[in-house]
Design a protein around this ligand. Structure first.
Ligand code: ZN
Length: 657
């Protein structure tokens, strides 16, 4: 474990204790082998004058919801130290009351809720306290003779604490164990199957002690000859239809739409084909607080993944019934990740961020489990303790708070012609509703057009089957399936009467404005059939119900597209796939409406450009955002019982009305 302390940076903080606390917390937080996604916590004790000019000791402890890697000064909750110390002396205190009284003891009521380990930080008699869930240390303790190994490794330099659930009982246990302890004799505490505490009045020394303890454990694992996860087998062709099917089954079991992401890197693939993997992979997580995000164990998927997922749900129900005292409500039964034999691992989450968190935790888990297995056998915390953590009231409350789902959360969409105009507006609208989008365009700028993690931009020529196939494969590999298609890509050929029609212009329009849409729909269908409330929107044109002279190549292609949509609606209804059509008119903030086209079209109607732009019943201008709003609404729940419909968005057109 590399020591990242930079004396120059530390000096620039001029002895400001809170700033130093932020600095060294971030050093710990940026190392994923120490803490992962909100895990671990730190504190600093500072003496301050209160409102009445009295000196008061305050514990600044990591606030709930903050991540050590990115924490700021305001991420630390200021709590009166004396009150926390008094709380440690209580015989009993429920965790709900503990949180309530800790909040009441804060000197700033708008600060975040103090960490559940605040009392523990308070009773450690040093200015700086660092706490991590270091993989290497916890891995060693998660073996049958883990305690013995830890003892041999650290001697009397660390205090070894048996596993106790975090919260009041852990603080109380340590308070009792350390009553007569000479704290200056130890460098840290190791909480078996949980993590490490180090402390010092000097932030650098507290940090150094952490790095030293963790490095020792890492070297120990090396010395014990831990083999890395490796295989000579190369990942085979991934069956994306099977991924889409797995994602649907997991979504159904969970009761909400989820994303799925395959990791078939060498390490994950190697793990998935280890002999006896099913046995040790389902014993439990590295540290119990991971169970809140990943459940205690992954699903193990074999040749019939859907059956395995259903079986996971049944086993989960049995586990819940076994430990439920009658007062609890069962959480959803869906796995958060899976080891897919011969393929790697899959992570499931309700948004991109959560999928990443779950993938990170699962990557650390497979490494730790594999090492533990080599070190005498992976032996994490028992089921009952894990259950208590998973169903802990405080954690359940946290999860409830986070549940403000958007209407299209974890819905997966493809939008073509997405680098500008209507397509681009559709991507932005979909993301704002919670969906993830694969944005396709022939313009290479599509790759950098969208900055959000929810959008994957791919350069794609919709007239090339290879490009379309690649885009669909990438969609499933990145997000796990396909629910929505907005088939929008199009060109507006130059105005041309039939008597002077150039065949190439005609052919090109039909190829892009009609045939490419048919091809794309054809290729998407197997995935849409496995989608969740799947729906398709074709962006056609007002030219279909109300054609204009000189636009035959365009109008005929769009009329064909409309007919394609009508047949698709008829054929796909039995699969639950809705197909509807939007007919925009006079949307001028799109790529096809160059100044030249605009002038020509206005002229052909004998109007000025301004008159032409608002030449409708409502005398209003229609823009890309208006069309995107309609298209995305038609994909969603409001249109759940409508298929084969055509809606013109044109400000009202006398010829159509
Ligand atoms: Zn902890």
């Amino acid at each position: 474990m590399e020591n990242l302390w930079n004396e120059k940076v530390a000096k620039s903080l001029k002895g400001n204790l809170l700033k130093l606390r932020v600095y060294s917390s971030r050093l710990l937080g940026q190392e994923s082998d120490l803490v992962l996604h909100g895990g671990g916590n730190t504190s600093v004790k500072i003496s301050k004058k209160n409102l009445f000019n009295e000196e008061e000791d305050i514990l600044y402890v990591k606030g709930s919801g903050w991540d050590l890697g990115t924490i700021e000064a305001e991420g630390f909750a200021p709590v009166k130290l004396e009150i926390l110390k008094k709380m440690a002396k209580l015989k009993n205190l429920s965790d709900t009351d503990m949180v309530k009284y800790q909040r009441a003891a804060m000197t700033n009521p708008s600060a975040p809720t103090p960490s559940i380990e605040a009392i523990l930080h308070a009773i450690i008699p040093f200015t700086f306290v660092d706490h991590t869930h270091a993989d290497a240390v916890v891995t060693i303790s998660n073996t049958p003779d883990g305690k013995k190994r830890i003892k041999e490794l650290y001697g009397n330099k660390v205090l070894i604490i048996p596993y106790v659930m975090p919260g009041f009982m852990l603080a109380k246990t340590i308070y009792d164990l350390t009553n007569n302890l000479d704290w200056t004799k130890i460098e840290g505490m190791i909480l078996l199957k949980h993590g490490v505490f180090t402390f010092d009045d000097n932030p650098k020394l507290a940090y150094n002690k952490m790095i030293k303890i963790v490095t020792k454990a890492e070297n120990y694992l090396k010395k014990e000859g831990m083999k890395p996860l490796k295989t000579k087998i190369k990942p085979g062709k991934v069956d994306t239809l099977q991924i889409a099917s797995i994602r649907k089954t997991v979504s159904e079991l969970r009761g909400i739409s989820v994303l799925a992401k395959l990791n078939n890197t060498q390490k994950n693939l190697a793990y998935s084909i280890l002999p006896n993997m099913k046995k040790f992979a389902t014993r439990g997580p590295i540290t119990p607080d991971h169970s809140i995000r990943t459940k205690c164990i992954p699903a193990i998927l074999s040749t019939n993944p859907n059956k395995d997922i259903i079986a996971f749900g049944k086993d989960y129900e049995a586990y819940f019934n076994k430990f439920n005292d009658g007062s609890l409500t069962c959480l959803d039964k869906a796995p958060r990740w899976a080891v897919w034999q011969g393929n790697g691992t899959l992570s499931f989450g309700e948004n991109v961020k959560n999928v990443q968190i779950i993938e990170d935790i699962s990557n650390h888990t497979i490494k730790a489990v594999y090492q533990g297995e080599q070190l005498g056998g992976w032996k994490p915390l028992g089921q009952k303790d894990l259950f208590d953590m998973e169903y802990w009231t405080l954690e359940q409350a946290k999860l409830k708070k986070a549940n403000n789902a958007l209407a299209m959360q974890a819905k997966i969409a493809i939008v073509t012609g997405a680098a500008s105009g209507i397509g681009k507006a559709c991507v932005e609208k979909l993301v704002s509703e919670g969906a993830v989008v694969v944005a396709l365009d022939i313009n290479p700028s599509i790759k950098t057009c969208f900055k959000q993690k929810e959008v994957l931009g791919i350069k794609c020529d919709v007239t090339k089957v290879k490009d379309l196939n690649n885009a669909i494969q990438q969609t499933v590999l990145t997000f796990g399936g396909l629910d929505y298609l907005i088939s929008n890509a199009g060109i507006f050929p130059k105005s041309m009467r039939l008597d002077s029609m150039e065949q190439a212009v005609w052919d090109k329009s039909l190829k892009i404005n009609l045939s490419s849409h048919q091809e794309l729909l054809h290729l998407c269908l197997p995935y849409l059939k496995l989608g969740i409330d799947p729906a398709v929107i074709f962006i056609a044109s007002k030219n279909v119900p109300a054609p204009g002279p000189g636009a035959a190549a365009y109008s005929v292609a769009k009329a064909g597209l409309t007919q394609l949509a009508r047949v698709a609606a008829l054929e796909l209804g039995k699969h639950g796939i809705r197909v509807n059509v939007v007919h925009p008119n006079a949307v001028y903030d799109t790529a096809i409406w160059t100044k030249e086209v605009l002038n020509t079209r206005a002229k052909s109607y004998g109007l000025s450009v301004d008159e032409y732009k608002t030449n409708n019943v409502l005398k209003t201008e229609v823009n890309s955002k208006d069309v995107a709003q309609l298209a995305v609404t038609m994909l969603g729940n409001t249109f759940s019982k409508i298929t084969g419909a055509q809606i013109a968005i044109d400000g009202g057109n006398e010829r159509i009305i």
